[in-house]
Design a binder for this molecule. Structure first.
Ligand SMILES: [Zn+2]
Length: 332
């Protein structure tokens, strides 16, 4: 017999108020995010958490800054055996994309939406037209899109003239962009309920990856993960890069729009509030109701996502996905 997987318990929220500890993990190569910027993200999140979930968020008076080199060198030293086998080495062009496609096919078949609906959703973002409307043609085009968009970051450069993702002379070569390591960071226990970073997280793993993550080239904007050091049982992490960057590949996913800094920070706050819905109430994803903050954003088009929010049209308990305790982070 295998042990039953266990999950983070639904946190008890006293007096409908929380006081999360927030930390900021900084990569000095990426655009700087100051203390005022971080406060704006937190205030935007707090307003939405109050409006949509009826929970008050007390903002911390201080947000400590951690150096990403310190955090990641410890994670790499203590990583589980075989951890590396899960990660596709796209930096060196050594990803087995056939395995990625097999996993994607399984993921597509598992969805409640029909294949035609999934194709309609993804079509505007594919890098080439489909050869046919079948699963084989669709999965090939999605994987080609994934590969092209993810490899882009090994070529696109930051202000220092070096690639967004890749080795940089004089800097430690650590897997800052790998989603797996951000999950591991929570599992190892980090003393925060919310983790913000300016680092881009984009990667490919040999696990089932959803279509919406694949077509944007493996970018993850945020996640909620089991964290034994969190007072809520899980912690949220959010990458600010997709909001703050004006890279052409990012802009393609937001209908070509540029955001002002304040817009970008408030949209990042919306993503924090979305993840806090997973964290505080363990809500799921109500795909069919776009008034819900718990419905994931299309691609990276945050302006149109946020503009559809309407708390009155998406109350707690209003649909199966909006019932507390629906989506629980696994304990691993
Ligand atoms: Zn979500």
């Amino acid at each position: 017999m295998f042990a039953e997987p266990s999950f983070v318990a639904l946190p008890k929220i006293e007096n409908n108020a929380v006081a999360p500890r927030i930390i900021y993990i900084e990569n000095p190569r990426f655009p700087r995010v100051g203390a005022d910027d971080l406060r704006k993200v937190v205030h935007a999140a707090a307003a939405l958490v109050d409006e949509h979930y009826g929970i008050k968020v007390e903002s911390p008076s201080h947000i400590p800054i951690l150096d990403i080199d310190d955090v990641f060198s410890k994670l790499v030293e203590n990583k589980p055996p075989q951890f590396k086998d899960l990660i596709g080495d796209f930096r060196n062009g050594k990803v087995d994309w056939d395995i990625v496609r097999d996993n994607l096919v399984k993921q597509i078949e598992k969805q409640k939406d029909s294949l035609a609906e999934q194709i309609d959703f993804a079509r505007p973002y594919l890098i080439r037209p489909l050869e046919g409307e079948d699963l084989d043609s669709f999965s090939r085009a999605v994987v080609e899109t994934f590969e092209a968009r993810l490899s882009h970051w090994t070529v696109a450069k930051l202000a220092d003239g070096h690639p967004v993702i890749g080795e940089v002379p004089g800097r430690p070569d650590l897997p800052f962009n790998e989603w797996d390591y951000w999950t591991l960071m929570a599992k190892r226990g980090i003393d925060a309920e919310i983790v913000l970073t300016n680092q881009l997280v984009a990667s490919v793993e040999y696990i089932p990856i959803p279509v919406h993550t694949s077509i944007r080239g493996g970018i993850t904007g945020g996640s909620t993960e089991y964290n034994p050091s969190s007072r809520l049982g899980s912690s949220v992490w959010i990458s600010l890069f997709p909001y703050l960057s004006d890279d052409p590949h990012i802009r393609k996913f937001r209908n070509g729009e540029n955001y002002t800094r304040d817009e970008a920070l408030s949209y990042a706050g919306a993503m924090v509030a979305h993840e806090m819905g997973h964290q505080l109430l363990q809500l799921g994803h109500p795909w069919s109701n776009d008034a819900c903050i718990m419905r994931p954003a299309e691609a990276l088009d945050f302006a149109s996502w946020v503009n559809k929010f309407d708390a009155k049209k998406c109350r707690i308990d209003s649909s199966p996905a909006m019932k507390p305790g629906t989506m629980k982070a696994p304990i691993w």
